[in-house]
Design a protein around this ligand. Sequence first.
Ligand code: SF4
Length: 277
Amino acid sequence: MDHLAEKYLHPRKIPSTACSGCGLGQVHKKVLLAIEESGLGLDDVVWGTGIGCAGRQTFHTWRGDNFAGTHGRVYALATGLRVALPPEKKIVLTVGDGDAFGIGLLHLLHCARRNLGITVVVADNFGYQSTGGQFGYTTPPGMVTDSSPYGNREPGWFSEGSDIFAILKDAGATFLARHSSFDGEEAVKSLVLALANPGFSLVHIIYPCVTHFGAVSLKTRDREEIYRWFAGIFAEGEHPGPHFQSGIYHDARGKRPEFASALREWTKEFGREAGRA
Ligand code: SF4
């Protein structure tokens, strides 16, 4: 067991139950590294999880306080906790692409609109992989999946030049970054900045699903080949598939008031006014 797992995770949850070769473990590890680099301990973080591969693999692994939400609903629980908990307590959510950009999108947008003090880590495997590999909101166009045997024909959040980050930015998010699970220090640095933001942060990390996306969409079980394809979507130059830029997309930390703190201030002010009346 590595020192991070020993320090932060329930021993009975190690090793992870993710498929062998899955990139999820790397995503989980980066979040732990960022927590450690930020000097945070078990009592400083409340960890929430969603559904699907990302939720299942990180569910109840954190030895400190943690909670789980049904598909796309973890943000509602986090909003209540953010208002109830002291501002120095960090709330970290690990969710999948469906939780964030599909069924949970409306809740997520309201968190961004409020600039709610939470850090959302979206572990994106390009579809519904935990249920057998159906296409989802981030599945690249043309990809064969269990539910698109002739190729995915639905526009996704990253097709035709669109990017869901533009919508999140307009909604009011104050920190947005994107990485591949192969990114090392750079991804951890983004997560550290996300954790330090008093407002709403989201870090999108794309990782390889070797079982369904690899075998069905990329038509190979060869891990090296799958990893090469995923590395290629972040690389310069020609690549069959989508293209992503790694790094910080939007940084407006401190530019908007955090929702729960502003509410707390207003409540105090309101109490003073009422006392004077
Ligand atoms: S189904 Fe895919 S994403 Fe889910 S744990 Fe297995 S390899 Fe990872």
